[in-house]
Design a binder for this molecule. Structure first.
Ligand SMILES: [Mg+2]
Length: 265
């Protein structure tokens, strides 16, 4: 006598067609996988200030606002190096320059003050994306052989506050930030690790391109054996960036053909 086989608990009728079609679906998936382009092989890591964005000094103003609000000090940035440095490095030096011991608590309080002041200061100036940026980010995003993320001296929350208003935050699913280290040269391995995790693919240093506007970005590329693309849209000229040994120097990123010719070479 035939007995009706009970479905195991939890299986609904809706599950049944999916189960019976499972083998076909798997074969389908396999053939699709083999025809799909390989995982991304080259990695682009972007600096923010002076590279993607001209902040019109909102970051500098926010540092001074925080110094005033948190420590009651009217300060100046005269003796503090900003370009190419991380927010934590800048904070340590800024606090010391104004007689404040950069204890972990002081650093924390100051950086929270900075992050609160940043969105207030952005609309006080005329921050803007630099020439060619949207076109290049979009072109990279459209290619399956390329991956892109951030390698920036900003804190992650600061990076987001700067990029989200321009609608470009979504291009960067991972990054390395000042949260990872006060030293820019330490950031490369963090970026490589996050890129590998995000794409389930290892990126060779030779296939990694660090794009920035200062000699510190070039040093940071050297520190992991990556290639350095320098753009003269920040404080440093084409001549200065060339003299510092960048592999490619561009006046700005409006010439995407030159940019991709170098990446694809
Ligand atoms: Mg920069």
């Amino acid at each position: 006598m035939w007995r009706l086989k009970r479905r195991p608990a939890g299986h609904s009728r809706v599950d049944a067609p999916v189960q019976s079609g499972g083998i076909v679906a798997l074969r389908d998936l396999r053939s699709r996988t083999t025809t799909m382009p390989a995982r991304p092989r080259k990695l682009l890591l972007w600096d923010i200030d002076g590279t993607l964005l001209f902040g019109d000094h909102a970051g500098e103003r926010a540092l001074l606002v925080s110094l005033r609000r948190v420590f009651g000090v009217e300060g100046s940035l005269d003796r503090v190096e900003i370009a190419g440095r991380t927010d934590r490095f800048i904070t340590e030096n800024l606090l010391r320059a104004h007689g404040v011991e950069p204890t972990p608590q002081a650093m924390h309080d100051f950086l929270e003050g900075y992050l609160a002041a940043l969105p207030e200061e952005m609309p006080r100036g005329k921050p803007r994306l630099l020439p060619g940026i949207v076109a290049i980010l979009e072109a990279v995003a459209a290619r399956r052989d390329l991956a892109q993320g951030l390698l920036t001296g900003n804190l992650e929350r600061g990076a987001r506050l700067k990029l989200e208003p321009f609608g470009v935050w979504h291009y960067f699913p991972f990054g390395a930030y000042a949260d990872d280290s006060a030293l820019r040269n330490d950031l490369g391995p963090h970026a490589l690790r996050r890129a590998a995790a995000h794409h389930a693919a290892e990126f060779a240093p030779h296939d990694t391109f660090i794009i920035g506007d200062t000699p510190h970005d070039i040093d940071c590329a050297r520190a992991i054996g990556a290639r350095a693309i320098a753009v003269a849209t920040g404080r440093f000229s084409v001549e200065k960036l060339t003299a510092h040994g960048a592999d490619l120097v561009l006046p700005d990123l409006s010439d995407s053909a030159a940019f991709f010719a170098f990446i694809d070479a």
